[in-house]
Design a protein around this ligand. Structure first.
Ligand SMILES: [Zn+2]
Length: 208
């Protein structure tokens, strides 16, 4: 969709794809709810008001608001596939999730990551992922896989990978573990945030 198409539609000179009428629109900035119509074109909101449209849906007073974003979730804990997870949460208003797939990575390693990334395609929910930083969670664990910085390297180019997941090995950060620092450096080199994780820390260790 070219921006000028959206502008034309907003101006009223081009038919909208869809007009949602009699909506109760939640304005999260002003903290208000107002009644009106919403015109959409190419998946974008072109404007509020009266518009000609190819399709009209009467919402009969239903609420319309921005989608919620779950900024930290481990989908595997729900014991569902991504499709079933989307089916359960989308109707409640969550339209995007940022998931750390460290549980499946602990069992299957990169095969698990590949499965999650492939499964996230063509879903009605926006799935984004953070790269599991601590697989296994500790060296005292009997895990199915071990993800080194080298294993993670190819994933930084993937558009759905948006950060390094919670760095649970915070002693490894404070005491400069080579692998931990290599993973953090990779994230920084690719301009991705690093999720922190530092329960109970204070003072100089917290500063570190
Ligand atoms: Zn978590």
């Amino acid at each position: 969709m070219e921006p000028n198409q959206i502008i034309r539609c907003a101006r009223g000179d081009l038919k909208a794809d869809l007009l949602l009428t009699n909506a109760r629109i939640i304005n999260v900035f002003a903290g208000e709810i107002f009644s009106g119509n919403i015109a959409l074109i190419g998946g974008y909101i072109a404007g509020f008001g009266d518009y000609a449209a190819k399709k009209v849906i009467d919402l009969k007073g239903d609420y319309v608001g921005p989608g919620l974003i779950d900024a930290h979730v481990h989908i595997e804990s729900s014991m569902t596939s991504l499709t079933e997870f989307a089916r359960a949460i989308l109707p409640c208003g969550t339209t995007s999730v940022v998931a750390d797939p460290h549980e499946i990575a602990n069992v299957l390693g990169t095969k698990g990551l590949d499965y999650m990334l492939a499964s996230a395609k063509h879903q009605p929910l926006n799935f984004y992922f953070t790269l599991p930083s601590c697989v296994p969670a500790t060296h005292m664990e009997t895990a199915g896989a071990c993800l080194t910085a080298q294993d993670l390297q190819p994933y930084w180019e993937h558009p759905k990978i948006i950060a390094l997941a919670e760095m649970m090995n915070y002693p490894g950060v404070i005491f400069e573990d080579d692998q931990v620092l290599a993973k953090i450096s990779q994230a920084r080199m690719h301009n991705r945030p690093v999720d922190g994780h530092a329960p109970g820390l204070n003072g100089l260790p917290l500063n570190a």
